[in-house]
Design a protein around this ligand. Structure first.
Ligand code: ADP
Length: 645
């Protein structure tokens, strides 16, 4: 047995209505072209905005998130710091410097580069600031230190000063004038780029002459001498520059100045290495820099900075900035996706796509940077997403607004049509009722009061007229009820009644109809308490079920009508041995004007309103009506009315 409660019909979902905007009325090709042009235009406009500060902030984030690159292992740092000051009660003088130099030399280093000025003069730039870090001592000690340095060809002094071709090269004064001075300027984004004073770049050459960091790196990567091009450089104010491939502070091997003096550092530490000697006395800010890792003015020592610069060239791993055309492409694609998402997608999906795009671009940039050291600028694509979003949202709102206006108009019109229709039906039906009643009255008069006896033919004809009149009246009543429901005009007039009493009256009324088809009506009514119902409406419901059972059942069959109390409900069932209702039609039989295919094909008359009204009336009583049916075996309609509504 299959069961189906009355429900909405299949296929009643409203079809999607095309957005009415002019943009969406254009054909596909024109629409796509317009969107692409808008995206290109917007990305072009967005890229005119200077976002350096934000862009470099994002650039720095890449460093903070990625693991430090593995150092080449060719650079060792010798650090003088606060502890060194404690040890010597001042800045180390020539004597300890001589000792440390000798100790390093014993291990055969590749080169020794002094970041701390050996002498605080003649190097220009920040000499005053850095004088505090230079060794001091009497002339003998100075000469002794100079004599020691002279023994090694590869001793260098780094300086910030860069001399033009027509200027004198920076040089240390006697007795250190033999020391090779390398121009290794510090750069910081003071006036250009992010203007946040962070050191991100290293100068490669000046007036076509290689600067100190590259020269030092060439000792370990000789190919840098033109054979192997630097990975990525760009021009800034007449110099070629590269981005520093920073490791975290402390990632390059560092030993303490005083530990070398005390012989605590194994000799092989320096063998074949570039040894850079510098300080972290924190006496002034000029010896410190801000880095992508940290914006504090004392984030990194000069020593660490120079080491990172040299390491960048030894590894030849300067980050590559993606070309402009590629940035433009990414910005345009992102703009296009945003515009399409805002204009065409449902809000939830659009938001998901936007978040996906946002995440996608950020992830792409991360993936490019972490393993490959390629920097994909993010600021313009991100700004493009926001601008496109806020630019096109109002447009979308206008579209939506117009769409709801059109829906509203249509809805109003439909409502008016519906009212007109209902009024018309009710007026028509009402006016039809009077002539029908008159016809029925006249047939009764002829049948009962005819002065001359009627022939059999005449009697049959009059019977036909009477039956057709009954059918028509039923039909008109159903339509009138329907019209009442549609104009929300049905009211319940409840009174306490025994449902069995109603059923008995309905059965009695239909006995003749059943007899004509030789159908047996079998009532099995259990005693019931009276409940509050509208007797007229419920009579109509039961009548309809019994009439349908008689109408659709074959001759000689039986109809069982039962009533009982169950679970706080009065339950009435009308079960027949009729043809049953096909599975695919079960869901629809309570719909207005629905008639099954078989019923329509048969001579059995009906309006398709009976069950619709029955369901409506039962639900007015807060009850439930449903049907179980099987083809060829019959149908059982069940009405459940609450004992206490
Ligand atoms: P109608 O005026 O057509 O009988 P109803 O709303 O009363 O309208 O019934 C809707 C349809 O449900 C009918 O057309 C018929 O196909 C089907 N139906 C109703 N009752 C029965 C029944 N007892 N046996 C088989 N089919 C039925």
């Amino acid at each position: 047995m299959s069961e189906k409660t009355a429900g909405t019909p299949k296929g009643s979902k409203p079809s999607r209505i095309r957005p009415p905007s002019h943009l969406f009325r254009l054909n596909k090709v024109t629409r796509s072209t317009l969107l692409i042009v808008a995206a290109l235009f917007l990305s072009f406009a967005v890229r005119l905005i200077d976002l350096s500060f934000f862009e470099y902030y994002l650039y720095d984030l890449h460093y903070r998130l990625r693991p430090s690159p593995t150092p080449s292992g060719n650079v060792v740092l010798v650090l003088m710091d606060g502890k060194t000051l404690d040890r010597f009660l001042e800045v180390p003088k020539f004597v300890p410097h001589t000792e440390v130099f000798k100790n390093i030399m014993r291990a055969n280093p590749r080169a020794i580069a002094y970041v701390t000025p050996i002498m605080p003069v003649a190097l220009g730039g920040s000499e005053e600031d850095r004088a505090a870090a230079s060794p001091t001592g009497d002339d003998d000690q100075k000469i002794a230190f100079a004599d020691e340095l002279r023994k090694f060809e590869e001793v260098y002094q780094l300086t910030d000063t860069v001399a033009s071709k027509d200027e004198a090269k920076p040089q240390l004064p006697a007795p250190f004038s033999f020391v090779k001075v390398l121009s290794a300027p510090k750069t910081a984004d003071n006036e250009q780029f992010a203007k946040d004073r962070v050191t991100r770049r290293v100068a490669v050459d000046f007036e076509n002459e290689l600067l100190g960091h590259v020269k030092l790196a060439q000792m370990f990567n000789p190919k840098l001498d033109g054979e192997e091009p630097l990975r990525y450089t760009f021009d800034v104010l007449g110099t070629r520059q590269a981005y520093i491939d920073y490791g975290r502070p402390g990632s390059i091997k560092t030993v303490k100045f005083e530990d070398i003096l005390d012989g605590k550092v194994p000799a092989e530490t320096f063998t074949g290495k570039l040894v850079m000697i510098g300080d972290d006395f924190q006496k002034n800010l000029a010896n410190m820099i801000r880095t992508p890792f940290n914006r504090s003015p004392v984030a990194m020592t000069y020593l660490d900075m120079h080491a990172n610069m040299v390491e960048t060239f030894i590894r030849n791993s300067a980050p590559i900035k993606s070309p402009s055309w590629f940035d433009f492409l990414i910005t345009s694609i992102v703009s296009l996706i945003t515009i399409v998402a805002v204009l065409t997608m449902r809000p939830a999906k659009g938001l998901l796509v936007l978040l996906g795009t946002l995440g996608g671009v950020v992830a792409l940039s991360g993936i490019f940077f972490m393993p490959f050291g390629v920097w994909l600028p993010l600021a313009h694509p991100l700004l493009a997403i926001f601008i496109c979003y806020y630019f096109f949202i109002p447009y979308r709102l206008i579209i939506e607004n117009r769409r709801s206006w059109e829906y509203y108009q249509k809805h109003q019109l439909l409502q008016q049509v519906e009212v007109l229709k209902t009024n018309f039906i009710s007026m028509m039906s009402h006016d039809l009722k009077t002539p029908i009643a008159r016809i029925q009255g006249m047939t009764d008069v002829i049948l009962k009061d005819s002065p001359t006896p009627l022939t059999t033919g005449q009697r049959e004809a009059i019977d036909h007229i009477k039956n057709s009149g009954d059918d028509l009246l039923r039909f008109i009543n159903a339509i009138l009820n329907y019209a009442k429901i549609e104009s929300e005009g049905v009211e319940l007039h409840t009174e306490s009644r025994d449902v069995n009493e109603l059923l008995t009256s309905v059965i009695r009324k239909n006995e003749f109809l059943a007899k004509v088809k030789n159908i047996e009506l079998l009532p099995e009514l259990e005693p019931l308490f009276s409940i509050r119902i509208d007797p007229e409406l419920m009579k109509q419901v039961f009548s309809n079920l019994v009439e349908n059972a008689i109408k659709y059942s074959p001759e000689g069959s039986k109809i069982l009508i039962t009533s009982e109390e169950r679970d706080g409900h009065v339950v009435v069932q009308v079960a027949d041995q009729g043809p049953g209702i096909p599975q695919d039609e079960l869901a629809n039989i309570f719909m207005k004007f629905f008639r099954s295919r078989n019923a329509k094909a048969s001579p059995i008359k009906g309006s398709g309103l009976g069950l619709y009204l029955a369901k409506y009336f039962v639900e007015l009583h807060q009850g439930r009506i449903h049907v179980e049916s099987q083809i060829g075996q019959g149908s059982t309609f069940t009405v459940e009315l609450p004992l206490q509504p």
